[in-house]
Design a protein around this ligand. Structure first.
Ligand SMILES: Nc1nc2c(c(=O)[nH]1)N[C@H]1C(S)=C(S)[C@@H](COP(=O)(O)O)O[C@H]1N2
Ligand SMILES: [Mo]
Length: 426
């Protein structure tokens, strides 16, 4: 009867909730199987969207080695691509938090099982569970901290979250291969017995993986009720965060999320701002008409252009969103300015635009510069924008000039541009 001694978490009798059982764990596990797969894919896409193989300034995990095997040239169509993939990544990550916590709670007795390892195979399984649980908590915690307090991991969030994702996903795949068939069987069996308590068969008739309590306390809520509670928590998170991918009244519903709630101001420039000019240390004296010059470097040497020079070049308009890695985005804004490919031609690349390095007036910080690939420079909607929604850019949106590129992550839309180098990216 050692097993039933209730004093230690390592004895099954210690865990008494009658909710635990194969059906409850299986339902939550299958939801996570689908959801975490989407998180992993959209996360890898987010890294690809930075075009990290293009230039060291884009790459936050330069030591990734073969983990970058899948990288590809990020497209410019559809223009809302990153808005969708990253909105799904962050919002789904938030929505899955209650499911993850409930799943961990449902299997917690198994995490304390003694002896720690009965055999080599069992030891390997326990280590993989450690990576699975630790990896899941690590990925969710770093992700949430990055959107809630984005100054907590200056620069280091990316390698932490990226390498953590690979470790976690390897353990996750091993776990899913081992457990998914049984989980599907458990859920089907429950459907066949519709109407009855899904785990209600007498103990011993079906393998229960040590999930069911041998001395259950009286139930206070049904298993279905518990699942509805978890689902309700997820819905609440969805309802209070999804709005940050839209403007105006929709954003006002995103009460829990940064860049949710009210817009930062009114008028044409009144949409979301990531870092303000003050935060980035932009000195208004440097951006004045008479002081600011754009340096364009290319085959033909160096050209210096004032804002008035830029306004004399052909002006084009494009309706494009801002979509940040933190998951928030704006609807399309009407940007107006000079096509990047026209500036490439000015720099001597009239036979087709090359890659481009953009540097800002900002002196410090990981986002002071960014590189764009030739396909992004060539797109007729890619602009060095001088105005937005019919008004001159505000200081916070990048006055005197900023980059805007369709489908690119917000971070590549460099504000307060000072220098553009076409061709060889060093
Ligand atoms: N120079 C500079 N440009 C920058 C940034 C920055 O910190 N410095 N932030 C980038 C990020 S992360 C985003 S999401 C967009 C946001 O643009 P917005 O503030 O105009 O909405 O600007 C990008 N351009
Ligand atoms: Mo961003």
């Amino acid at each position: 009867m050692r097993d039933l001694a209730p004093r230690l978490p390592s004895s099954p009798g210690f865990w008494r909730s009658p909710l635990r059982g194969p059906w409850f764990t299986s339902v939550l596990g299958l939801v996570l199987l689908a959801g975490i797969t989407v998180l992993f894919v959209t996360g890898l896409l987010s890294y690809a969207a930075y075009n990290p193989d293009l230039s060291p300034v884009n790459d936050k995990t330069p030591d990734k080695g073969i983990l970058g095997f899948y990288l590809f040239a990020w497209p410019t169509d559809p223009p809302w691509l990153y808005r969708l993939t990253q909105g799904v990544h962050v919002t789904l990550g938030l929505v899955l938090i209650p499911v993850l916590l409930a799943k961990l709670w449902s299997v917690v007795p198994r995490l304390f099982t003694l002896p720690p390892a009965r055999s080599l195979a069992h030891a390997l399984e326990r280590v993989s569970l450690l990576l699975l649980v630790g990896g899941a908590l690590f990925e969710f915690v770093t992700g949430v901290l990055n959107i809630q307090l984005d100054y907590l991991f200056p620069g280091s969030f990316y390698p932490l979250h990226f390498y953590g994702a690979w470790v976690f996903f390897a353990a996750f795949v091993a776990h899913a291969v081992l457990k998914a068939p049984a989980a599907l069987r458990n859920v089907r069996r429950m459907r066949a017995r519709a109407g009855r308590d899904p785990d209600g068969t007498p103990a011993g008739r079906e393998p229960d993986d040590g999930l069911r309590s041998p001395r259950p306390a009286p139930p206070t809520v049904s298993r279905r009720g518990a699942l509805w509670t978890v689902g309700g928590g997820s819905l609440l998170l969805l309802a209070t965060s999804a709005g940050r991918s839209f403007d105006g009244p929709a954003r006002a519903t995103a009460l829990l999320a940064p860049h949710g709630g009210a817009e930062p101001g009114g008028g044409p420039n009144g949409f979301q701002i990531n870092k303000t000019a003050a935060y980035a240390g932009i000195d208004a004296a440097e951006t004045r008409e008479d002081a600011w010059r754009l340096t364009v470097v290319g085959r033909t040497g160096t050209v210096r252009l004032s804002r008035a020079d830029l306004l004399r070049l052909p002006q084009h308009r494009a309706a494009l969103p801002i979509a940040c890695v933190e998951g928030w985005s704006t609807s399309d804004q009407w940007w107006r300015g000079v096509r990047l490919r026209d500036l490439a031609a000015l720099a001597g690349f009239d036979d087709g635009p090359p890659d481009l390095l953009v540097e800002s007036l900002q002196r410090r910080g990981a986002f002071r510069s960014g590189a764009l690939r030739a396909n992004q420079v060539a797109d007729p909607r890619s602009l060095l924008a001088l105005s937005v929604n019919g008004e001159t850019l505000s200081a916070d949106h990048g006055y005197p000039a900023r980059i805007i590129v369709p489908a690119a992550p917000g971070v590549l839309n460099t504000k307060w541009v000072a220098r553009m180098t076409f061709g060889e990216l060093a």
